[in-house]
Design a binder for this molecule. Structure first.
Ligand code: GAP
Length: 547
C-alpha cells in the first residue's frame, strides 16, 4: 500500500544536494547567489534533456539546422537587438538596509517573508520587504554582464556575455542559409549558455544568473508572400491539421500554433503531463511592439505557477534590425514567389499594394492602441510612412525578395530540469504486510531523461559466477547507456538508492541467471520484477528511450 505525497522545494533541494544533482556554485567560499553547479547525476540529467531537445527539434526533422555560436559576440549585435537600450529590470534599493531588489518583485518577496516587517514610514505601500525601510525610486538596470575583450580596459573594448542564444542565430542567418541549402520555411536551432545579471535571483535554479537556453528561430514567409504564391493564406479559422506534415501555405498564425503544439508534445515526451502546464496567451497590451503573438507555457512549480518557456511570433523584427545596423541585406530570394508574381498584371499589383497598405495601417494602429490603452490614430505623416514602407515591401515581394518572419520557441534547460525534478519527486509512504511503515523517496523520471538508465547488481556478491555474469552485463550495457554498478548492502537498499536517483530499471543477477542467462528486471515505478533475457531487456529499453 502506498500513500503518495508531493513534497516541497526544500525536500527536493535537499535530495538534489545529497544525491549530486545540484550544488551551490563555489560553495566552499560561501556560494554565489544565482549560480548553480550540476553534480554527477545533474549533469547526466542535463545532457539528456539537451539531447532530447536536439533530437526532437533538429535531428528528427528535415527543416531545422543547428548552430553553436560564441557567447561573446560583436557588441553591435546587442545594439541592433535592442538589448543595450531596453533589456532592463526596474531596480530599487532600501535606504536603510541597502538591499537591492527588483521593484516589480517587492510584493512577492514580502509574501515570502516569515517575519513580515511593517513600513517604517507610516502609510507607505512601497517599503522594503526585509526591514520596512524606505525604497528608492525604481531605476532601469541593464541585465547584461559586461566584460572587456583584449588587454586594454577601455570603453571601446567593452563586450557582453550573451543574454540569449537567439541573436547569434539571426547574425548567422545568411551563412546557415547558404551552407545548409535550406529554404524558408526552415529553422535554425541553438543550445547554450546565457547570462543575465538578475537583480534578485530566486526560487532555486528557476531564475539564475548563468543558465542554458534551447532556442529555435523558425523562419517563415511573410503572409503576403504566401498569398501571392498560393492565392490564399491558411489561418487557424481554416482548422489546419497541426499533427500532420507542415504545409507551405500556412500563415504565421498557424506556424505559431503549430510550434506551441510541438513544444507541448516535447514536454509530454520528456515527462510533463499535459494537464500539468497551461498556455498563457499574452494580451495585446503585453506584447512587444513587433510581436504578433506570444504564448508562455506555464508550469505549477512548488512556489507558484510560472513561465517554463515561451513561443513568440516576432515578425521580421530581428533580421530587419540586423539589416539596418549591419547594412547587410537579410533578404532571401524566393524563386517560386517571383515566378508566381510574373503572372500578375499591373492592376493586380496596384490592388495588392493598396490592400497591404490598409492591412499594415490597421495592424499597427491596433497594436499602438492596445499598448496605449486607448484608441490611437496615426498622423498623416505616420500614415504616409507606413504606406511607403508597405509599397517597397510589396515591390520586393514581386521580385521574389523578403526578410523572413520568425517564430521563436525558446526554452530554458535549467528551468525545464527544475520542472522535471519537481514533477518526478515523490515521497511514498509504504506499509508492509506486518504494518511497518517506511518512506520511499523516488524520482519518477521518464527513462529518456533519467540520469542513470540501468543499475546492475549481483544478488550475492561473494558468488563468483553471479559476480562475473553481472559484471559482464554491466560492461556490455555501459557501452550503450549510462549504468551504475552496486554491490554494497542488501538488495532492498540498493533498489532504494536507485529510486532516489530515478533509475528506471535495476537488473539483479541471481543463481538462475548463472544457469540460463536470464535476470530479474525491477521496474522503478511499479516495483514489479520480471525475468528477462539480455535481448528482451535491450528491446524493452530501446523502445522506452526512442523519440
Ligand atoms: N530569445 C527569447 C528569450 O530569451 P526569455 O523569455 O527571456 O526569451 C526564454 O527566455 C526562456 O529562457 C525562459 O522561458 C526560461 O525558460 C529561460 N530563462 C530566461 N531567463 C532565465 C533565468 N534567469 N534563469 C533560468 N532560465 C531562464
Amino acid at each position: 500500500m502506498a500513500e503518495e505525497s508531493k513534497s516541497s522545494l526544500d525536500a527536493l533541494s535537499a535530495l538534489c544536494k545529497r544525491r549530486g544533482f545540484i550544488y551551490h556554485s563555489s560553495e566552499i567560499y560561501g556560494g554565489m547567489p544565482g549560480f548553480w553547479d550540476y553534480g554527477p547525476l545533474g549533469c547526466e540529467l542535463k545532457a539528456n534533456v539537451k539531447q532530447a531537445w536536439w533530437q526532437f527539434t533538429v535531428r528528427g526533422r528535415e527543416d531545422v539546422a543547428g548552430l553553436d555560436a560564441t557567447i561573446i559576440m560583436h557588441p553591435k549585435i546587442w545594439k541592433a537587438s535592442g538589448h543595450l537600450d531596453t533589456f532592463a529590470d526596474p531596480m530599487t534599493m532600501c535606504k536603510d538596509c541597502k538591499k537591492l531588489m527588483r521593484a516589480d518583485q517587492v510584493k512577492d518577496i514580502y509574501a515570502d517573508q516569515k517575519k513580515k516587517p511593517q513600513p517604517k514610514v507610516a502609510g507607505s505601500d512601497f517599503f522594503c520587504p526585509y526591514c520596512g525601510g524606505e525604497l528608492t525610486e525604481p531605476k532601469p538596470f541593464n541585465l547584461m554582464f559586461k566584460t572587456v575583450v583584449g588587454p586594454i580596459d577601455d570603453p571601446s573594448n567593452v563586450a557582453y556575455l550573451r543574454p540569449e542564444t537567439a541573436q547569434a542565430i539571426f547574425a548567422q542567418f545568411l551563412n546557415v542559409t547558404a551552407t545548409s541549402r535550406m529554404a524558408v520555411p526552415y529553422g535554425i536551432a541553438q543550445m547554450g549558455k546565457s547570462f543575465r545579471n538578475e537583480v534578485t535571483p530566486r526560487n532555486y535554479t528557476f531564475r539564475s544568473r548563468e543558465f542554458e537556453q534551447m532556442e529555435l528561430e523558425f523562419f517563415i514567409r511573410p503572409d503576403e508572400a504566401v498569398e501571392l504564391q498560393y492565392g490564399h493564406v491558411v489561418t487557424l479559422a481554416d482548422n489546419p491539421d497541426l499533427n500532420g506534415p507542415v504545409q507551405d501555405d500556412w500563415g504565421w498564425e498557424v506556424w505559431h500554433k503549430y510550434w506551441v503544439e510541438q513544444r507541448k508534445k516535447f514536454l509530454n515526451a520528456v515527462g510533463l503531463p499535459t494537464e500539468k502546464f497551461v498556455e498563457y496567451w499574452q494580451k495585446p497590451d503585453e506584447l512587444a511592439h513587433y510581436a504578433r503573438a506570444c504564448v508562455d507555457i506555464e508550469y505549477d512549480f512548488p512556489f507558484g505557477r510560472q513561465e517554463l518557456e515561451g513561443i513568440a511570433a516576432r515578425s521580421d523584427f530581428d533580421l530587419s534590425q540586423h539589416q539596418l545596423h549591419s547594412k547587410v541585406p537579410q533578404t532571401v530570394f524566393d524563386d517560386p514567389l517571383k515566378q508566381a508574381c510574373k503572372k500578375l498584371t499591373d492592376d493586380d499589383k496596384a490592388a495588392f499594394i493598396a490592400k497591404t497598405q490598409a492591412e499594415w495601417l490597421d495592424w499597427k494602429q491596433k497594436a499602438a492602441s492596445a499598448k496605449a490603452g486607448k484608441e490611437v490614430v496615426f498622423s498623416d505623416e505616420e500614415k504616409a510612412d507606413i504606406a511607403a514602407k508597405a509599397k517597397v515591401f510589396c515591390e520586393n515581394l514581386f521580385d521574389g525578395k523578403y526578410v523572413p518572419h520568425v517564430i521563436e520557441p525558446s526554452a530554458g534547460v535549467d528551468r525545464l530540469m527544475l520542472a522535471l525534478l519537481c514533477e518526478a519527486y515523490e515521497e511514498q509512504k509504504l506499509t508492509d504486510e506486518k504494518g511497518k511503515e517506511d518512506i520511499r523517496t523516488v524520482l519518477h523520471f521518464n527513462p529518456k531523461v533519467a540520469p542513470v538508465k540501468v543499475a546492475i547488481f549481483p544478488l550475492i556478491k561473494k558468488d563468483e559466477a553471479q559476480y562475473k555474469l553481472a559484471r559482464d552485463i554491466f560492461t556490455k550495457l555501459q557501452k550503450k547507456v549510462n549504468c551504475q554498478w552496486d554491490v554494497s548492502g542488501a538488495i532492498g537498499r540498493r533498489y532504494r538508492r536507485q529510486d532516489e536517483a530515478g533509475t528506471p530499471w535495476c537488473i539483479t543477477v541471481d543463481e538462475q541467471s548463472t544457469k540460463d542467462g536470464t535476470f530479474t528486471v525491477r521496474e522503478r515505478d511499479s516495483m514489479e520484477q520480471r525475468r528477462m533475457s539480455y535481448g528482451e531487456f535491450l528491446a524493452m529499453m530501446y523502445e522506452a528511450l526512442e523519440f
